[in-house]
Design a protein. Structure first.
Length: 147
C-alpha cells in the first residue's frame, strides 16, 4: 500500500483511538485524538454503501483507484432491525465493526449516548487499512444515517 495514495496529506492519525462528534447545526463533524486535539473536520458527502433492514455495510475506497480499503458493518441484525422498525429505534446506539479488504477485524466504531452524535473509534490493527479514511467514514456514515 502506498502512503502517497492512501493517506490524506497533512493529517497525522498515528493514535489508536479517536472521537467523532457532530455539530449541533448541521451535518458537520470534528474528529479529536485521545488528548482532545482536532485532527480532522468533515461534512456530508456520499459514501459507497449497502443498506438493509438487517445490516448496514459501508465500503471505504481509494479515491483514485476505487480499490476497497476497508469495510464497515453494523453489528447485529436484530439491533439493526430494531433501529429501523421500532418507535424511537433511532435512540438505539450504532455499533460497527471495521474490517480490512480480506474481512479481517481492524477495529470498531461505537456511538456514545450524548446530546450531539458522538462516536468512539478504536483501531486495533490497521496494518492494511489507512486510518484517515476510516475516521472520515464515521462522519459520513452518521450524516447518511440521519442520526
Amino acid at each position: 500500500m502506498s502512503p502517497a495514495t492512501d493517506d490524506i496529506r497533512g493529517i497525522d492519525l498515528s493514535e489508536d483511538e479517536y472521537t467523532v462528534e457532530q455539530s449541533l447545526v448541521r451535518n458537520k463533524y470534528v474528529a479529536e485524538d485521545a488528548d482532545g486535539e482536532v485532527v480532522l473536520r468533515g461534512k456530508q458527502k456520499l459514501l459507497d454503501n449497502d443498506l438493509s433492514f438487517l445490516q448496514d455495510t459501508w465500503r471505504v475506497r481509494d479515491p483514485d483507484t476505487e480499490r476497497k480499503l476497508a469495510e464497515i458493518n453494523s453489528r447485529g441484525a436484530l439491533v439493526t432491525l430494531a433501529r429501523n422498525s421500532l418507535p424511537f429505534g433511532e435512540w438505539i446506539p450504532h455499533e460497527y465493526e471495521i474490517t480490512d479488504r480480506n474481512g479481517d477485524h481492524v477495529g470498531s466504531i461505537e456511538r456514545q449516548f450524548a446530546l450531539r452524535d458522538r462516536y468512539e473509534i478504536t483501531i486495533d490493527d490497521a496494518s492494511d487499512v489507512p486510518k484517515e479514511p476510516v475516521v472520515a467514514a464515521a462522519m459520513v456514515i452518521d450524516a447518511i444515517q440521519k442520526n
